[in-house]
Design a protein around this ligand. Structure first.
Ligand SMILES: Nc1nc(=O)c2c([nH]1)NC[C@@H]1CN(c3ccc(C(=O)N[C@@H](CCC(=O)O)C(=O)O)cc3)CN21
Ligand SMILES: CC(C)C(=O)C(=O)O
Length: 347
């Protein structure tokens, strides 16, 4: 809320500033070309045209739960992307087409270098979520509840979810699990916390499941997925992630539910899609699951930039003395050297 009041006020201030500078432009150009009708003034882009988040404002109102249900009713695909810090949050907010920013517990692997998500703590999640909140504008902000933060009891789950709301300022939480966590989902929803469910492949259970495997490939497993999905919807989840299931099952579960499904490796017929930011930008050089598409190859661009910088330092072509460093008044420099000489130093 605060963020939005502040950015609203900022927009008004920007508009006023633009109007003032527009008036100046008109006066100048009429004087120069007396008989020529002044062109429509175009305010020069300046640092004042970026908002408090250091990037141009994106024309999109805050995404709410009701935005998502109307998108679902109109069958407009929902886009969700993960973010882990301030710059990645800004990246997610840079297009009006992002609907949800998720602080995924993939944070453990792609940012903290841990071997799996199970080691991530709630404190680490809160620390990163606070940074993501600062860089998020219109997308609905959802944070994963780390492994262990919601399994002990519904009460503990509620206390921990409240920490994410109050300390990290996220708007909703996501929990992995099926019908067994429905009472916990209900408890959170009853307290006023929007909950996103996560069914199918549940990476937090990779140890007990002996790896990351496609789910719902047997009659029993596919039926369990539908049972879980319905139980979580009934418990009040506003949406569910569906991970790594056959595309037919992704479509079927979407048709059975009223709430939107956000697929990852669940085929093209879910209500929306989610990918890990580092996977889609091509900055993650670890394991690439079958469902990952690289929409950019930033790793090569990034590493080439790092190499060029280091090379330029080595060969002393950086920094350029004229354009990339500062000057001092020669008379001041002269006096400085004289003073130094008096003290027995200098050149
Ligand atoms: N970078 C990254 N991207 C992710 O999507 C992701 C993470 N990290 N970390 C947390 C979880 C782990 N996830 C994973 C991890 C591995 C597979 C995987 O290797 N799946 C196999 C399925 C093989 C099969 O059963 O047929 C694959 O080959 O796609 C899937 C999802 C999704 N999440
Ligand atoms: C991949 C998404 C759905 C996730 O849960 C994560 O980033 O941890």
């Amino acid at each position: 809320m605060l963020l939005h009041c502040a950015s609203g006020r900022h927009t008004t201030m920007l508009a006023a500033a633009a109007a003032r500078s527009a008036t100046r432009t008109v006066t100048v150009s009429t004087r120069r070309h007396m008989s020529v009708r002044p062109e429509e003034p175009k305010p020069k882009p300046s640092s004042a045209d970026t908002n408090a988040l250091n990037q141009p404002p994106v024309p999109r109102k805050k995404v709410t739960l009701s935005t998502l249900s109307s998108m679902n009713a109109k069958k407009t695909p929902i886009t969700m992307i993960t973010a882990y810090d301030y710059p990645t949050a800004l990246a997610c907010s840079s297009t009006p087409l992002t609907d949800i920013t998720l602080i995924g517990d993939s944070l453990a692997q792609v940012c903290l270098g841990l071997p799996s998500t199970t080691q991530l703590t709630l404190d680490e999640m809160i620390h990163h979520s606070r940074a993501v909140t600062r860089g998020t504008t219109h997308p609905l902000l959802v944070a994963d509840m780390p492994f262990g933060s919601y399994q002990v009891s519904s009460e503990r789950a509620l206390l921990n979810a409240l920490r994410l709301i109050k300390e990290a300022h996220v708007e909703a939480v996501k929990l992995e699990g099926g019908a067994e966590i429905a009472p916990t989902v209900r408890r959170l929803v009853d307290a006023g916390i929007p909950v996103m469910a996560h069914i199918g492949l549940q990476p937090q259970k990779h140890t007990s499941l002996s790896g990351y495997k496609v789910q719902g490939r047997s009659v029993e497993s596919a039926r369990r997925l539908i049972h879980d999905a319905l139980a979580l919807q009934e418990a009040g989840a506003f949406s569910t992630v569906v991970e790594a299931v056959p595309r037919e099952l992704g479509k079927y579960v979407t048709e059975q539910l009223k709430i939107p499904t956000i697929g990852i490796g669940a085929g093209p017929w879910t209500s929306g899609q989610v990918l890990v930011l580092n996977d889609l930008l091509g900055t993650w050089s670890g394991h690439k699951a079958k469902f990952v598409r690289r929409f950019a190859n930033l790793k090569d661009v990034r590493d080439a930039g790092i190499h060029k910088y280091a090379e330029a330092v080595r060969d002393q072509s950086f920094p350029d003395p004229e354009t990339e460093s500062y000057t001092i008044d020669p008379r001041v420099w002269e006096r400085f050297l004289e003073a130094e000489q008096k003290d027995g130093r200098g050149i």
